[in-house]
Design a protein around this ligand. Structure first.
Ligand code: SF4
Ligand code: SF4
Length: 252
Protein backbone atom coordinates (compact mmCIF):
# COMPACT_ATOMS: atom_id res chain seq x y z
CA UNK A 1 0.00 0.00 0.00
CA UNK A 2 1.41 3.50 -0.91
CA UNK A 3 1.84 6.47 1.52
CA UNK A 4 -0.93 8.37 -0.32
CA UNK A 5 -3.55 5.72 0.36
CA UNK A 6 -2.58 5.50 4.03
CA UNK A 7 -3.34 9.26 4.65
CA UNK A 8 -6.87 10.22 5.78
CA UNK A 9 -8.62 12.82 3.53
CA UNK A 10 -8.95 15.60 6.21
CA UNK A 11 -5.26 15.51 6.89
CA UNK A 12 -4.64 15.81 3.17
CA UNK A 13 -6.62 19.11 2.93
CA UNK A 14 -5.35 21.11 5.92
CA UNK A 15 -2.32 19.28 7.13
CA UNK A 16 -3.91 19.23 10.62
CA UNK A 17 -6.02 16.37 12.04
CA UNK A 18 -9.67 17.41 12.63
CA UNK A 19 -11.83 16.79 15.66
CA UNK A 20 -14.38 13.98 15.60
CA UNK A 21 -17.29 16.48 15.55
CA UNK A 22 -15.84 18.18 12.50
CA UNK A 23 -15.48 14.85 10.75
CA UNK A 24 -19.20 14.15 11.40
CA UNK A 25 -20.18 17.38 9.58
CA UNK A 26 -18.99 17.16 6.00
CA UNK A 27 -18.98 20.35 3.91
CA UNK A 28 -22.14 20.91 1.83
CA UNK A 29 -22.86 22.70 -1.45
CA UNK A 30 -19.24 23.70 -1.96
CA UNK A 31 -19.11 25.55 1.42
CA UNK A 32 -16.33 24.91 3.84
CA UNK A 33 -17.16 23.40 7.21
CA UNK A 34 -16.46 26.71 8.95
CA UNK A 35 -18.90 28.52 6.64
CA UNK A 36 -21.60 25.98 7.33
CA UNK A 37 -21.02 26.18 11.09
CA UNK A 38 -21.33 29.98 11.03
CA UNK A 39 -24.93 29.96 9.71
CA UNK A 40 -27.69 30.07 12.39
CA UNK A 41 -31.27 28.95 11.80
CA UNK A 42 -32.85 32.41 12.40
CA UNK A 43 -30.61 33.82 9.66
CA UNK A 44 -32.34 31.49 7.17
CA UNK A 45 -35.87 32.88 7.88
CA UNK A 46 -37.16 35.56 5.51
CA UNK A 47 -37.34 39.04 6.97
CA UNK A 48 -40.93 40.37 7.57
CA UNK A 49 -41.75 42.67 4.67
CA UNK A 50 -44.29 45.09 6.15
CA UNK A 51 -45.79 46.24 9.45
CA UNK A 52 -48.54 43.56 9.49
CA UNK A 53 -46.04 40.76 8.94
CA UNK A 54 -43.81 42.21 11.64
CA UNK A 55 -46.79 42.34 14.03
CA UNK A 56 -47.89 38.71 13.51
CA UNK A 57 -44.42 37.22 13.13
CA UNK A 58 -44.00 36.35 16.85
CA UNK A 59 -47.28 34.35 16.91
CA UNK A 60 -47.30 32.99 13.34
CA UNK A 61 -46.35 29.55 14.61
CA UNK A 62 -49.71 29.31 16.39
CA UNK A 63 -51.62 29.51 13.10
CA UNK A 64 -52.10 25.76 12.80
CA UNK A 65 -53.12 25.50 16.46
CA UNK A 66 -55.72 28.24 16.13
CA UNK A 67 -57.16 26.79 12.90
CA UNK A 68 -57.42 23.31 14.47
CA UNK A 69 -59.31 24.71 17.48
CA UNK A 70 -62.37 25.33 15.31
CA UNK A 71 -62.39 22.02 13.41
CA UNK A 72 -64.68 19.11 14.47
CA UNK A 73 -63.15 16.83 17.11
CA UNK A 74 -62.17 13.43 15.68
CA UNK A 75 -61.27 11.71 18.96
CA UNK A 76 -63.39 8.55 19.41
CA UNK A 77 -64.90 8.13 22.87
CA UNK A 78 -64.36 4.36 22.90
CA UNK A 79 -65.46 2.30 24.84
CA UNK A 80 -68.28 4.64 25.94
CA UNK A 81 -69.29 5.20 22.33
CA UNK A 82 -68.54 2.47 19.79
CA UNK A 83 -67.61 3.64 16.32
CA UNK A 84 -69.47 1.64 13.64
CA UNK A 85 -67.31 -0.73 11.59
CA UNK A 86 -67.62 -1.42 7.87
CA UNK A 87 -70.34 -3.96 6.94
CA UNK A 88 -67.76 -6.54 5.77
CA UNK A 89 -65.49 -6.11 8.82
CA UNK A 90 -64.02 -9.46 9.92
CA UNK A 91 -65.07 -9.99 13.54
CA UNK A 92 -66.00 -12.95 15.71
CA UNK A 93 -67.25 -16.06 13.89
CA UNK A 94 -70.77 -17.42 14.03
CA UNK A 95 -72.19 -20.89 13.32
CA UNK A 96 -75.50 -20.38 11.57
CA UNK A 97 -78.77 -22.30 11.63
CA UNK A 98 -81.41 -23.21 9.08
CA UNK A 99 -84.78 -21.44 9.47
CA UNK A 100 -86.23 -24.38 11.41
CA UNK A 101 -83.38 -24.28 13.97
CA UNK A 102 -81.24 -27.17 12.68
CA UNK A 103 -77.53 -26.39 12.47
CA UNK A 104 -75.90 -25.69 9.12
CA UNK A 105 -72.53 -27.17 10.13
CA UNK A 106 -72.03 -30.71 8.83
CA UNK A 107 -68.71 -31.34 10.56
CA UNK A 108 -66.75 -31.65 7.31
CA UNK A 109 -63.63 -29.92 8.74
CA UNK A 110 -62.95 -27.97 5.54
CA UNK A 111 -62.74 -24.76 7.58
CA UNK A 112 -60.09 -26.31 9.83
CA UNK A 113 -58.04 -27.47 6.82
CA UNK A 114 -58.25 -24.03 5.20
CA UNK A 115 -57.12 -22.17 8.31
CA UNK A 116 -53.50 -20.99 7.93
CA UNK A 117 -53.16 -20.43 11.68
CA UNK A 118 -54.46 -23.85 12.74
CA UNK A 119 -57.00 -22.06 14.90
CA UNK A 120 -60.04 -24.31 14.29
CA UNK A 121 -60.76 -27.73 15.74
CA UNK A 122 -63.77 -29.70 14.48
CA UNK A 123 -64.96 -33.16 15.29
CA UNK A 124 -67.88 -34.46 13.25
CA UNK A 125 -70.39 -37.12 14.30
CA UNK A 126 -73.34 -38.98 12.79
CA UNK A 127 -76.88 -37.68 13.15
CA UNK A 128 -79.26 -40.30 14.48
CA UNK A 129 -83.09 -40.45 14.61
CA UNK A 130 -82.80 -39.75 18.34
CA UNK A 131 -80.48 -36.80 17.87
CA UNK A 132 -80.67 -34.97 14.53
CA UNK A 133 -78.68 -31.73 14.75
CA UNK A 134 -78.32 -30.86 11.06
CA UNK A 135 -79.91 -31.94 7.75
CA UNK A 136 -78.19 -35.00 6.28
CA UNK A 137 -75.83 -37.53 7.83
CA UNK A 138 -73.25 -35.54 9.79
CA UNK A 139 -73.06 -32.60 12.16
CA UNK A 140 -70.31 -30.74 13.98
CA UNK A 141 -70.22 -32.36 17.42
CA UNK A 142 -67.20 -30.41 18.66
CA UNK A 143 -66.32 -27.01 17.29
CA UNK A 144 -63.64 -24.69 18.67
CA UNK A 145 -61.92 -21.53 17.45
CA UNK A 146 -58.77 -20.41 19.23
CA UNK A 147 -58.77 -16.59 19.12
CA UNK A 148 -55.20 -16.50 20.38
CA UNK A 149 -54.25 -17.87 16.95
CA UNK A 150 -56.93 -16.50 14.61
CA UNK A 151 -55.77 -13.70 12.30
CA UNK A 152 -59.30 -12.98 10.99
CA UNK A 153 -58.30 -13.69 7.40
CA UNK A 154 -61.70 -15.21 6.51
CA UNK A 155 -60.32 -18.22 4.62
CA UNK A 156 -62.40 -20.55 6.81
CA UNK A 157 -65.68 -18.93 5.82
CA UNK A 158 -64.71 -19.11 2.15
CA UNK A 159 -64.04 -22.85 2.54
CA UNK A 160 -67.35 -23.67 4.26
CA UNK A 161 -69.64 -25.47 1.75
CA UNK A 162 -72.89 -24.84 3.64
CA UNK A 163 -72.43 -21.19 4.73
CA UNK A 164 -72.55 -22.51 8.27
CA UNK A 165 -69.58 -20.38 9.23
CA UNK A 166 -69.67 -16.61 8.77
CA UNK A 167 -68.09 -13.67 10.54
CA UNK A 168 -69.90 -11.05 12.59
CA UNK A 169 -68.83 -7.42 13.15
CA UNK A 170 -68.08 -8.05 16.83
CA UNK A 171 -64.50 -7.09 17.65
CA UNK A 172 -64.41 -6.87 21.47
CA UNK A 173 -62.69 -10.20 22.10
CA UNK A 174 -60.08 -9.30 24.72
CA UNK A 175 -60.20 -11.35 27.91
CA UNK A 176 -58.06 -12.17 30.91
CA UNK A 177 -57.24 -15.86 30.47
CA UNK A 178 -56.12 -17.98 27.56
CA UNK A 179 -58.94 -20.48 28.17
CA UNK A 180 -61.60 -17.81 27.67
CA UNK A 181 -60.23 -17.08 24.21
CA UNK A 182 -60.92 -20.60 22.98
CA UNK A 183 -64.53 -20.30 21.85
CA UNK A 184 -66.59 -23.49 21.83
CA UNK A 185 -69.65 -24.43 19.80
CA UNK A 186 -71.94 -23.01 22.49
CA UNK A 187 -70.19 -19.64 22.21
CA UNK A 188 -70.25 -19.61 18.42
CA UNK A 189 -73.71 -21.00 17.62
CA UNK A 190 -76.13 -18.32 16.39
CA UNK A 191 -78.94 -17.57 18.84
CA UNK A 192 -82.37 -18.93 17.98
CA UNK A 193 -84.46 -16.38 16.13
CA UNK A 194 -88.17 -16.00 16.85
CA UNK A 195 -89.99 -19.14 15.63
CA UNK A 196 -86.91 -21.38 15.45
CA UNK A 197 -86.86 -24.74 17.23
CA UNK A 198 -83.66 -25.71 19.05
CA UNK A 199 -81.86 -28.81 17.71
CA UNK A 200 -81.92 -31.76 17.96
CA UNK A 201 -85.14 -32.53 16.14
CA UNK A 202 -86.08 -34.40 12.93
CA UNK A 203 -85.86 -32.74 9.54
CA UNK A 204 -89.11 -31.43 8.11
CA UNK A 205 -91.18 -34.34 6.85
CA UNK A 206 -90.76 -35.14 3.16
CA UNK A 207 -87.54 -33.13 2.74
CA UNK A 208 -83.92 -34.01 2.02
CA UNK A 209 -80.80 -32.08 2.94
CA UNK A 210 -80.98 -30.63 -0.60
CA UNK A 211 -84.35 -29.04 0.26
CA UNK A 212 -82.64 -27.18 3.11
CA UNK A 213 -79.78 -25.95 0.91
CA UNK A 214 -82.23 -24.77 -1.76
CA UNK A 215 -84.04 -22.68 0.86
CA UNK A 216 -87.26 -24.69 0.64
CA UNK A 217 -87.57 -25.11 4.41
CA UNK A 218 -88.62 -21.76 5.81
CA UNK A 219 -89.46 -22.65 9.42
CA UNK A 220 -90.15 -25.51 11.85
CA UNK A 221 -92.37 -28.30 10.55
CA UNK A 222 -95.23 -29.82 12.54
CA UNK A 223 -93.49 -33.22 12.77
CA UNK A 224 -90.40 -31.55 14.28
CA UNK A 225 -92.50 -29.68 16.82
CA UNK A 226 -94.37 -32.85 17.77
CA UNK A 227 -91.11 -34.76 18.21
CA UNK A 228 -89.71 -32.12 20.56
CA UNK A 229 -93.01 -31.96 22.47
CA UNK A 230 -92.67 -35.69 23.15
CA UNK A 231 -88.95 -35.83 23.89
CA UNK A 232 -88.14 -32.41 25.38
CA UNK A 233 -91.43 -30.97 26.64
CA UNK A 234 -89.56 -28.29 28.63
CA UNK A 235 -87.75 -26.92 25.57
CA UNK A 236 -88.04 -23.10 25.85
CA UNK A 237 -88.31 -22.54 22.10
CA UNK A 238 -91.23 -24.98 21.71
CA UNK A 239 -94.15 -22.57 21.99
CA UNK A 240 -92.95 -20.00 19.50
CA UNK A 241 -91.86 -22.78 17.11
CA UNK A 242 -95.29 -24.42 17.37
CA UNK A 243 -96.94 -21.09 16.57
CA UNK A 244 -94.63 -20.57 13.60
CA UNK A 245 -95.36 -24.11 12.33
CA UNK A 246 -99.10 -23.45 12.55
CA UNK A 247 -98.77 -20.21 10.64
CA UNK A 248 -96.60 -21.46 7.79
CA UNK A 249 -97.10 -25.19 7.36
CA UNK A 250 -93.31 -25.03 7.24
CA UNK A 251 -92.02 -27.51 4.71
CA UNK A 252 -92.37 -25.42 1.55
S1 SF4 B 1 -60.31 -16.27 10.07
FE1 SF4 B 1 -58.41 -17.18 9.20
S2 SF4 B 1 -57.11 -17.54 10.98
FE2 SF4 B 1 -59.16 -17.18 11.80
S3 SF4 B 1 -60.05 -19.22 12.01
FE3 SF4 B 1 -60.63 -18.47 9.98
S4 SF4 B 1 -59.05 -19.23 8.58
FE4 SF4 B 1 -58.24 -19.43 10.67
S1 SF4 C 1 -68.22 -24.78 9.62
FE1 SF4 C 1 -68.49 -25.32 7.47
S2 SF4 C 1 -66.48 -26.00 6.77
FE2 SF4 C 1 -66.44 -26.01 9.01
S3 SF4 C 1 -66.95 -28.10 9.60
FE3 SF4 C 1 -68.85 -26.92 9.59
S4 SF4 C 1 -69.72 -27.21 7.53
FE4 SF4 C 1 -67.55 -27.84 7.44
Amino acid sequence: MSDETKKSPPEEESGQPRTSSELEQPARGGQSIDEVKGVHAPDLLPEPKNAVEKFVAPVAGFGVTMATLFKPVVTEQYPREKAPVEPRFHGRHQLNRHPDGLEKCIGCELCAWACPADAIFVEGANNTPEAQYSPGERYGAVYQINYLRCIFCGLCIEACPTRALTMTNEFELADQTREKLIFTKDDLLAPLREGMLAAPHPMAEGTTDGSYYRGEVTGPARNSVEWVRENRPDEPSLDSAAAAAERSGATK
